[in-house]
Design a protein around this ligand. Sequence first.
Ligand SMILES: [Zn+2]
Length: 197
Amino acid sequence: MVPTTQTPFVGEFREGMPFLGGHLWIDFLNTRPVINGVAQDLIGTAQAIEHWARQANIAPGESATIDQPKALNALRQQLAQAFDCLAASKPLPDTLIVTINRLIDRSGVHLHVTNLGVDERLELVGPPVATAVAWDFARFLAEFDHRRLRHCDNPACVMQFYDVGKNNRRRWCTMSLCGNRDKVAQYRERKSTGQSA
Ligand SMILES: [Zn+2]
């Protein structure tokens, strides 16, 4: 059992892997980054899954079930489709709903009383990454605004995120990567067309 409160979000990258989505299930979608023009899969092997899960603060759990790269890839594809449906205010695919419910079916939040108060603990039963991601997705549906789901504005970037800004106008996955790149491009363009900045 793990506490429902996660370790505070630190930075946008952890060991070079993007954690900038704002929600676990979106970070899970972002496990296919394009780094230096090469598409990578951060959860493509059992070892890679373990590494990513550690950075994502997903505890391995007590169950003997482990995550399979193939199953995670299928889940990621379904969630990518769901992301676009939600962003466009369209209904979720039925197959995705079945998948999520199957994954979270046996998991739940348990209350645990101590002398100091009451702890809420999340018990995830099943393959840890798939179950944690499915649980996070379900919580997202219940509590967050799907109209704030975004793809990075840089056409060469595949990152997705949840916009928490007051004005709902975040355009870039990160300022350090795509935001600044855009500024530089605009500056070069102005320079080449002879306009002053
Ligand atoms: Zn980007």
